[in-house]
Design a protein. Structure first.
Ligand code: PLP
Length: 383
């Protein structure tokens, strides 16, 4: 069994969530759209899960549109809003967005929409003045800035940016996929028009997420078919996934502060030890961050090499965002922060979860110390 320290990539399914899902994989298989009793039973389960997710983020159930995950929710928000925007209008995204936002934005740019990318400072925080300037250029219809970054854990000032967007008549979307489960996420407080979330980051199943939206927001669906999800996302609902998402959301409501405290304690413990290793540079320490995330680099060692060495010791970490791992390119987030390329190549992300212990953090640190020492020795032999 590995010591799993990669909870920003995904989390294990909570046993209570699995239990809630099992009947919908076997006994309760009715199609929620069917008028008979099994169908009605499934429809009730669908409605209950919608209520559970809505309650977690402080909205009405009708504001929750279930999707296949955060990626689809981000695609739906960006492409759905822009499809109804005037020709020649534009959108603004931050430089540190998840690839599902960035690639959607690039795809829209290819079809003729103007795209502006708002810069971040050296901590990874979006520059509010640059954001406003970008909104002012051209005829902006939509802005998308993530609530918390998956690599650095940096939390953006979304309420403030939303206010700016609103004052310019711009629809504001936030990708809250990483933030959910690690900090309070309240739709109204954020002041956004749309927000993406995903179950597998909160101990729910993979392949299910939601776009939470203002009641009046006009959106063109990406998938056409039956009238599922108020006509915004056609396709027979992934009921076991949706039920799991609902259960995970309900559990999170009662356990959020415990999780925040627990992860915060582990991170403090880990960072105190990491700071004593001279070659280690911790990114974004001066910014507001998610309590469970440490993004750091070791001078002179490739992140991918360190990841493999730790893996041999049975410790699972990430060398950047899960999707970017293996591409060989340094993290676009670190590039946007102006981190020197050599150092950016050394980036490693540790993300704690509720099942981790102080003993596991100690094992991580001792393994790191050992690996760093031997890799640096190896480097000096080859130099
Ligand atoms: C910030 C962010 N947005 C979106 C996604 C995509 O979510 P999903 O895996 O549910 O498609 C991720 C997943 O890593 C993420 O970290």
């Amino acid at each position: 069994m590995s010591i799993y320290l990669d909870h920003n990539a995904t989390t294990p399914v909570d046993g209570r969530v699995l239990e809630a899902m099992l009947p919908y994989l076997q006994d309760c298989y009715g199609n929620p759209s069917s008028g008979h009793r099994p169908g009605r039973e499934s429809q009730r389960a669908l409605q209950r899960a919608r209520e559970q997710v809505a309650m977690l983020v402080g909205v009405q159930p009708s504001q929750v549109v279930f999707t296949s995950g955060g990626t689809e929710a981000n695609n739906l928000a960006l492409k759905g809003v822009m499809a109804l925007a005037d020709a020649g209008s534009g959108l603004v995204v931050s430089a540190v967005e998840h690839s599902s936002v960035l690639q959607s934005a690039y795809a829209l740019e290819l079809t003729g929409y103007e795209l502006a990318v708002a810069d971040v400072d050296d901590r990874g925080v979006v520059k509010a003045a640059m954001f406003e300037q970008a909104l002012n250029e051209g005829k902006t219809s939509l802005a998308s800035v993530m609530l918390a970054n998956n690599e650095t854990g940096v939390v953006q000032e979304i309420a403030r940016l939303s206010e700016v967007a609103r004052s310019h008549g711009v629809v504001m979307h936030t990708d809250a996929v990483q933030a959910l489960g690690k900090m309070p996420v309240d739709f109204e407080t954020l002041g956004v028009a749309a927000m993406s979330i995903s179950a597998h980051k909160i101990y729910g199943p993979k392949g299910i997420g939601a776009l939470v939206m203002d009641k009046g927001l006009a959106l063109q669906p990406m998938l056409h078919g039956g009238g599922h999800e108020a006509g915004l996302r056609a396709g027979t609902e992934n009921l076991p996934g949706i039920v799991g998402f609902g259960a995970a959301a309900e559990i999170l409501q009662t356990e959020l502060s415990l999780r925040i405290d627990h992860c915060g304690q582990l991170r403090r413990h880990a960072e105190q030890a990491l700071q004593k290793i001279p070659e280690v540079v911790i990114f974004s320490q001066q910014a507001k961050r998610l309590p469970n995330t440490i993004f750091f680099a070791v001078q002179g060692i490739e992140g991918a090499t360190l990841l493999m060495s730790l893996d041999r010791d049975g410790i699972a970490v990430s060398s950047g965002s899960a999707c970017a791992s293996g591409s060989g390119e340094p993290s676009h987030v670190l590039q946007a922060m102006g981190v020197e390329e050599g150092l950016a190549h050394g980036a490693v992300r540790v993300s704690f979860g509720s099942g981790n212990t102080v003993e596991e953090v100690d094992l991580l640190i001792s393994s790191l110390q050992r690996q760093i020492e031997s890799l640096l020795k190896l480097n000096s032999v080859w130099a």
